[in-house]
Design a protein around this ligand. Structure first.
Ligand code: HEC
Length: 122
């Protein structure tokens, strides 16, 4: 029995450790507020509301999503999400709002992490 459990755990590990796509993270977490604009959240697909944010760019938006701002909770209130998953969801939303952002590189993620850490220290 124990051996089977171990085997199953091993087999399941890679799937569990895999990063979720931006769309998956949006659907499972961010859409709670961003689909209908709860608490003033910018609405998914609304180019008017996202235009200014798209112009600010990912260097602003991703650290903000990691740390939170006013009624927007850090990581959308889901601490299980990795930095890459949060960034993917931001890109998914920003592109639906008129942006044309590419997938982040490891250097992008490191820069956004640093910026988020600096804000947390304030
Ligand atoms: C509990 C509700 C809630 C959830 C869940 C949520 N957000 Fe938000 N979000 C907000 C609100 C409210 C704002 C507007 C904040 C403000 O400007 O006052 C916002 C704003 C933002 C912004 C714009 C920040 C800026 O610079 O103005 C981004 C980017 C963002 N959210 C990303 C995300 C991502 C990514 C997720 C999912 C991982 C997520 N949000 C989940 C409520 C939420």
């Amino acid at each position: 029995m124990r051996l089977i459990a171990l085997l199953l755990a091993t087999l399941c590990l890679p799937a569990g450790a895999q990063e979720k796509s931006g769309a998956e993270v949006y659907n499972s977490t961010c859409s709670q507020c961003h689909s209908d604009g709860k608490d003033g959240a910018p609405i998914f697909g609304n180019h008017k509301q996202w235009g200014k944010l798209v112009r600010e760019g990912l260097n602003e938006l991703v650290p903000t999503a990691l740390v939170g701002i006013r009624k927007m909770p850090a990581r959308g209130g889901n601490p299980a999400l990795s930095d890459g998953e949060v960034a993917g969801a931001v890109i998914h939303m920003a592109n639906a709002g008129g942006g044309r952002f590419a997938e982040p590189t490891p250097a992008d993620l490191a820069r956004w992490r640093q910026k988020a850490d600096r804000r947390l220290k304030k």
